[in-house]
Design a protein around this ligand. Structure first.
Ligand code: AVI
Length: 334
């Protein structure tokens, strides 16, 4: 067993409440268009429901990305080379990771995830599959700069950010995060070997494909969305009536994103951390954006975040793409 104790950095108050969760929810519910950042979906139940989503017939991104990882393992090996430490941002169940790790022969694996128990369980499972690979889990919010384990000091890095999780951020936040990832990976990198980033991004496509992917027939995505209310009630002393909300998925064509909302079905009053909120029937809480990209918009986003795209691979239907990028040199030339 090479899995190490995860480093716990969640900031809690005296009552054991996650301060960042409380701040985001109280602020988000106070705004004219109520909104809660999507990262708070992922408590243990939310992480499990997301795993269930990835197996739904309507939800194509996971299958398409796995297809790319399988079909292009030789390309990844050639472009990335062996011996890098693979740092996975928001590793979840690490389901796709063995495909990459087997392809490129890395020296270590550092999964980063905000859901600690899930992280440790996944790391244990991975250690069984790849017993010789050192694994150093880090429980952290990967959108901020993360201190890497000392064990990978001086080792070249590959950031791995699959699943089009970047799509859950508005461009400004995505750019900030790409810059933070770069800083996370650069600290302790060997001179002259810039970090690489392998990132999955979902492509723009027909509404007929997109909406069912986010509003499936079995109602798993609805349960995933509604679980946020259950989490708020449990962790923030909330009194939100779960049965008054309905899951909603809409395509915002101007911004090229699927939006998820929780729509109030009747007028309601509830409290969270003793603060009172009201919603009229039809009001929504905006809970997630899932941005979709074209080739050029993906490149523009990466460049703004300090990463130069090197290569790009699509699945056979061109629904999804994986892009390999390199930390761009900082220079003033155009
Ligand atoms: C994690 N993320 C990339 C998923 C997505 O497709 O935006 C989350 C998700 N939300 C609903 N279904 C899946």
């Amino acid at each position: 067993m090479t899995v190490q104790q995860a480093l716990r950095i969640v900031d809690e108050d005296e009552a054991g409440i996650d301060k960042a969760f409380k701040r985001d929810v109280l602020k988000g519910l106070s705004e004219p268009q109520k909104a809660v950042p999507a990262r708070w979906f992922y408590d243990e139940r939310g992480s499990q429901l997301f795993e269930d989503i990835t197996r739904l017939p309507e939800y194509y991104p996971t299958r398409a990305e796995k297809e790319i990882l399988r079909a292009h393992s030789g390309d990844f090996r050639a472009a990335i080379g062996p011996g890098r430490a693979v740092v996975e941002f928001g590793s979840g169940s690490s389901a796709k990771t063995p495909l990459l790790l087997r392809a490129i022969d890395p020296s270590a694996y550092v999964p980063i995830d905000i859901s600690g128990e899930f992280l440790r369980a996944s790391a244990d499972r991975l250690a069984e599959k790849l017993p010789d690979l050192p694994i150093h889990p880090v429980e952290a919010d990967f959108t901020r700069r993360v201190t890497m384990p000392a064990e990978i000091d001086g080792t070249a890095r590959l950031g791995f950010f699959p699943g089009s999780t970047i799509g859950n951020m508005v461009p400004r936040t995505a750019v900030d995060m790409l810059r933070e990832m770069r800083a996370t990976l650069e600290a302790g990198s060997p001179a002259g070997t810039p970090p690489l980033l392998l990132i999955g991004m979902d492509r723009i496509k027909s509404r007929k494909v997109l909406i069912p992917a986010y509003d499936d027939a079995q109602g798993v995505t609805a349960a995933f969305n509604l679980n946020l209310i259950t989490r708020i009630n449990r962790e923030l002393e909330g009194t939100m009536p779960v049965d008054a909300f309905r899951h909603q998925a809409v395509w915002n064509d101007d911004i090229a994103r699927v939006e998820m909302h929780l729509e109030a079905q009747r007028d309601i009053i509830f409290t969270v951390c003793e603060r009172e909120f009201t919603m009229a029937a039809g009001d929504t809480i905006h809970t997630e954006n899932s941005h979709k990209y074209g080739r050029r918009s993906a490149a523009a986003l990466l460049l703004a975040g300090g990463w130069t795209p090197l290569e790009r691979w699509n699945d056979h239907d061109s629904r999804f793409m994986m892009i390999l990028a390199e930390a761009s040199p900082l220079r003033s030339a155009p």
